[in-house]
Design a protein around this ligand. Structure first.
Ligand code: 6PG
Length: 471
């Protein structure tokens, strides 16, 4: 193999790595992929054009790349990333760019970035969203790290990213682990939206007795309007998928109701707790996945804690508009919470995020792409320091319009015993946020009563303590 021949290298030729590399090759760059599994390297070459090469040896792979080398890793997050770095590092030169494209925890990215700084190798953490299809035909890419290092790979990423109105769904987001952090919050919002859609489905199916065909048509119709999004679109598709294995019925009804997770939603909740940022819809979504896993207990409880579902009144059988508005309401709240977390974390970790840019690159290619992101992008464009999206002029009016329908659906859920933790969390967050006075004065009084934790007063500055119940 000739030396210094290829523009871009990929370590890890699993589905995501292979697809992204083929996408880069289709965008006009020569590429080489490294995988210890010979069959994967061969499969890559078979699938790609003349500018695509497979390799199994790190030395051969590194030598074949033009300098400064641009190498991306798409391997499972965790210790494998460290092993790949360890193996490549002695072979790299000053100024080479090493990119982690996996869902790495942002603290791991910070640690690796620091370690590699001493070695003069540039390290970027880039969030990649869009699944297999996105990787192949245009993902949303969320890069973080040094701006100069990003400039070296920018033409490749801009060419490979999804496009919206001709604009690539990639832009430099911020320093250090900003890219991984933004991707993590993207996934948190993804969890929230998926949970909300699942709750609405549950209400349609168990609460209102709709057929899969009716559910398919409803989501399909919603996808033609303001709720247009990738997740609503695929949800509509799911309800028309037949069960070819059993030869009858719909596949969705045969899938075990235990939701798995790889951890990015949980990380979002953990970080938000650490930073003190309320993201209750995302928290509810993470908790719901854990609850779903308790299948045996749930089955037992269903026999003991029997819920006598009152029949849904005829006029409530198909509250299509209300259901849609409830989903729309909670969807806006879910994005608002994720963006609020990004705003705070950017200040905390000095990322320098531009939230309008974040919304912009989420409009295409990624799992949470949605029409609503146009409004979110515009909102932060005009008000970069907006404390919360729910305060935006347009979105606040919209939320107020949708609110009563969301309440109606939440009430129906409670009456029917249909769990709607995401919707209820969105409503409670909305009401808490717009309460000029909350009952936290009582919480403070209790803390001071039992632990002398002190409190502040509304009429006088300072910190106070009372010997309660002495007079
Ligand atoms: C994406 C997705 C992806 C994520 C899956 C699975 O943006 O393409 O977010 O990165 O890994 O959605 O996540 P869970 O297994 O945690 O549901």
């Amino acid at each position: 193999m000739e030396t210094q021949q290829y523009d871009f290298g990929m370590v890890g030729l699993g589905v995501m790595g292979r697809n992204f590399l083929l996408n880069v090759a289709d965008s006009g760059f020569s590429v080489i992929g490294l995988d210890k599994d010979d069959s994967k390297a061969t499969a890559l070459e078979k699938e790609g054009n003349a500018n695509v090469k497979g390799a199994t040896e790190p030395e051969e792979f590194v030598k074949a790349l033009k300098t400064p080398r641009k190498i991306m890793m798409l391997v499972p997050a965790g210790s494998i990333v460290d092993s790949v770095i360890e193996e490549l590092l002695p072979l790299l030169d000053d100024g080479d760019v090493l990119i982690d494209g996996g869902n790495s925890h942002f603290t791991d990215t910070n640690r690796r970035m620091e370690a590699l700084q001493d070695k003069k190798v540039n390290y970027l953490g880039i969030g990649v969203s869009g699944g297999e299809e996105g990787a192949r035909h245009g993902p949303s890419l969320m890069p973080g790290g040094s701006k100069e290092a990003y400039e070296i790979v920018r033409p490749i990423f801009e060419a490979a990213a999804a496009k919206v109105n001709g604009e690539p769904c990639v832009t430099y987001l911020g320093t250090t682990s900003a890219g991984n952090f933004v991707k993590m919050v993207h996934n948190g919002i993804e969890y929230g939206l998926m949970q909300l859609i699942a709750e609405i489905y549950d209400m349609m199916k168990r609460g209102m007795g709709l057929s899969n065909e009716e559910i398919h048509h409803t989501f399909s119709e919603w996808n033609d309007g303001e709720l247009q999004s990738f997740l609503v679109e695929i949800t509509a598709d799911i309800f028309k998928e037949p069960d070819t294995k059993a030869g009858e019925g719909f596949l969705v009804d045969k899938i075990l109701d235990k939701a798995k997770q790889k951890g990015t939603g949980k990380w979002t909740s953990q970080v938000a707790m650490d930073l003190g940022i309320p993201i209750s819809v995302i928290d509810a979504a993470v908790t719901s996945r854990y609850l779903s896993a308790l299948k045996d207990e749930r089955q037992q409880a269903a026999q003991i804690l029997v819920h006598e579902n009152p029949p849904v009144e005829e006029d409530k059988k198909f509250l299509r508009g209300e259901l849609r508005n409830a989903l729309y309401f909670a969807t806006i709240v879910s994005y608002a919470q994720g963006m609020a977390l990004l705003k705070e974390s950017s200040a905390e970790f000095d990322y320098g995020l531009n939230l309008s840019d974040v919304a912009k690159i989420w409009r295409g290619g990624c799992i949470i792409r949605a029409k609503l992101l146009e409004d979110i992008m515009a909102s932060y464009h005009h008000q970069p320091d907006l404390a919360n999206l729910m305060l935006d002029d347009h979105l606040s009016k919209l939320l107020l319009q949708l609110h009563l329908d969301a309440v109606e659906i939440a009430k129906l859920g409670l009456e029917q015993g249909i769990p709607m933790p995401g919707l209820n969390a969105a409503l409670a967050y909305f009401d808490s946020y717009r309460s000029a006075r909350l009952p936290s004065n009582l919480t403070q009084a209790q803390r001071d009563y039992f632990g002398a934790h002190t409190y502040e007063r509304i009429d006088e500055p300072g910190t106070f303590h009372t010997e309660w119940n002495q007079s």
